[in-house]
Design a protein around this ligand. Structure first.
Ligand SMILES: [Zn+2]
Length: 214
């Protein structure tokens, strides 16, 4: 039986934020956590990113325990649920993307039922994996990463309304071979020198003047 991999969805804002984190930190690694919500069986949606104080070098990052603790207190205080913290993200500076021994150790250490890990670099490349810890231990590599362009209902309605207002269907009589004239195509000054009529030079494309010739 073929089982499709779940996809990781990122909003354009979060994807850009990650990209800027990776580029700004390079050549050093940078890492953080984030919230993942299961939208359906095929879609894991990244909802938030958290960045902590950290000590870094080119090959590893270390999240400070104090910073993590502070974040945990803040998230609980603000009514958030740390259980949704299912994302570990980090970069390899300008380096290539592979799960290092250090990464595997970090991923093994998560105390969760499942966890998404996302790895990127300053060149804008990204890979993701899903690790399930209970009831069985399994790793699904190379999850597809998609940018979620879904709009909020108000923006969607506004854009649809604008398109409806500005689009007019052109009605045509029955046509055979269509020929499109761009601009008026009218000759200006019928009696020009040398017998060659001058043609209007700055032709503009005007849908209102497009016509089909029978
Ligand atoms: Zn790594």
């Amino acid at each position: 039986m073929k089982v499709d991999k779940p996809m990781i969805f990122l909003t354009p804002e979060l994807a850009k934020r990650l990209g800027v984190y990776f580029q700004t930190a390079a050549p050093f690694e940078i890492s953080g956590l984030g919230e993942v919500v299961v939208k359906d069986r095929e879609c894991l949606s990244v909802e938030k990113l958290f960045l902590f104080e950290q000590r870094v070098d080119e090959v590893k990052t270390k999240l400070s325990d104090a910073a993590m603790h502070k974040w945990l207190v803040e998230i609980i205080r603000s009514g958030g649920n740390p259980v949704n913290t299912r994302l570990w993200w980090h970069s390899h500076g300008y380096g290539s993307l592979f799960w290092s021994q250090e990464d595997e150790k970090t991923i093994r250490g998560f105390l969760a039922d499942w966890m998404v890990s996302l790895l990127g670099n300053a060149q804008g490349e990204m890979i993701a994996r899903l690790d399930i810890y209970k009831p069985i231990r399994i790793t699904i590599h190379d999850l597809p990463i998609r940018i979620d362009y879904t709009l909020d209902p108000q923006s969607l309605a506004e854009i649809q309304k604008e398109v409806e207002q500005k689009m007019r269907r052109i009605s045509h009589p029955r046509r055979k071979k269509p020929e499109v004239f761009i601009g008026t195509g009218k000759r200006i000054g019928s009696g020009s020198k040398g017998g060659r009529p001058r043609v209007q030079r700055d032709l503009t494309v005007d849908l209102g003047e497009m016509e089909f010739v029978e």
